[in-house]
Design a protein around this ligand. Structure first.
Ligand code: COA
Length: 362
């Protein structure tokens, strides 16, 4: 776990007391900058998988899915239209760059959070850099499942804030429908996930007060076996009957993940507010991973968060893992609901197990 609590004031802290054994010198200002979002974008495939469509292929009902998850439909990438993790990510970043009004060659860094890239190498980030002509931008992928984009946001923020780079793109993209078992055996998991991508462009800001005022990144590898996509029988947790799990398809222990998510989500909000010394009512928006509407509602009730401060789009797009938070944020921003001076908390949790937050001052 690592975190920071506040942005140090620029200048002065390392000033020489003078008159000692060391020559007097003019201290350099600490390399601390503000960070701001200058653009966002998203990409959602047109094809939909509705609950009615699922009723036709597995033993489930619209009523069961809506009651347990809040989901009514999710999007599905169509390989015939060349939709995949990297092409959706590329579309989302193009939209974010258009919103930011900067060309791709101004990017110093591209981070792509995904668990569903087409190839083990090169990274999705490298392919995007090539397609969008991002010049010599550093480019890498990050695999932290549903927490991936928030992990990436914190990494890019710290790199900009520390002065190493000026402009970064952080993208979340997932083509998860390819890993779903749409037979009745996989119905607990397959109803949840959809495809899509969301992107944000961050830039160094003159005002050091702008940027993350508190963040957290956590993991607990002991929970890896509650959510995984095995490729070989050797990948299965010890003692698992290979006949019970299909290779190449997502396995989820829904009840365990639910318990983890409800508890973690709430403690993550409390921890982040504590670190920042901020009360829940001062936060304008909680932009949360869309895993299950019941998990979101439990947190909303515990912290007394009004409905309009906790954005929900899971009914339209399902759980898009790493793409979930940036898609929500892009929708909020495009609706004109993010204002200068707002505090916005990003939150996510998922496979690994992993969880992460980032509380921003706009
Ligand atoms: N349609 C109809 N019935 C279903 C079903 C479906 N799609 N999926 C499961 N069921 C049945 C089960 O077979 C079980 O039947 P039984 O009691 O006769 O055995 C019953 O519903 C309850 O199953 P259970 O798995 O306990 O359901 P649940 O209330 O825990 O809901 C989830 C299942 C997946 C919706 C819930 O566990 C969940 O949301 N977990 C967290 C998932 C998540 O957030 N994952 C991503 C993390 S990033």
């Amino acid at each position: 776990m690592s975190s920071h609590d506040a942005i140090p004031a620029p200048g002065g802290e390392h000033a020489s007391a003078g008159g000692g054994h060391y020559p007097a010198h003019t201290p350099k200002a600490p390399r601390v900058a503000g960070v701001e979002f200058i653009g966002t974008g998203s990409y959602l495939p047109e094809d939909k998988i509705t609950n009615a469509g699922l009723e036709r292929i597995m033993d489930t009902t619209d009523e069961w899915i809506v009651q347990r998850t809040g989901i009514r439909e999710r999007r599905k990438a169509d390989p015939a239209k060349h939709e995949s993790a990297w092409t959706m990510a590329s579309g989302a970043l193009e939209n974010a760059l258009a919103d930011a009004r900067i060309p791709a060659d101004q990017l110093d860094l591209i981070i792509v959070a995904t668990v569903s890239s087409e190839m083990a190498t090169p990274s999705v980030a490298s392919r995007i850099a090539n397609r969008l002509k991002a010049g010599k931008a550093a480019a890498f992928d990050l695999a932290a499942a549903c927490s991936g984009w928030v992990y990436g946001l914190n990494v890019a923020h710290e790199m900009i804030r520390g002065g190493g780079i000026t402009t970064a793109a952080v993208i979340g993209t997932e083509h998860l429908t390819q890993y779903m078992d749409y037979s009745t055996a996989g119905r607990g998991c397959a109803i949840l996930f959809g495809d899509g991508a969301g992107a944000a462009v961050l830039r160094r800001a003159a005002d050091p007060a702008k940027g993350a005022i508190a963040w957290s990144m956590h993991g607990d590898g002991t929970g890896w076996k509650d959510l995984y996509i095995p490729r070989r029988p050797d990948d299965l947790p010890e003692g698992t009957d290979p006949a019970a799990v299909k290779m190449g398809q997502m396995f989820m222990n829904g009840r365990e993940v639910f318990k983890f998510a409800v508890g973690t989500f709430q403690s993550l909000i409390a921890e982040t507010l504590d670190k920042a010394g901020v009360r829940a009512e001062s936060v304008a928006h909680f932009v949360c991973h869309q895993s299950n509407v019941r998990i979101l509602e439990a947190a909303r009730e515990r912290f007394g968060i009004p409905q309009d401060k906790l954005y929900v789009n899971i009914h339209r797009v399902g759980n898009t893992s790493a793409a979930s938070v940036p898609i929500c944020f892009d929708e909020l921003r495009r609706a004109g609901r993010i204002h200068p001076g707002d505090k916005v908390m990003f939150l996510a949790f998922g496979a690994g197990l992993t969880w992460s937050s980032s509380l921003w001052q706009f």
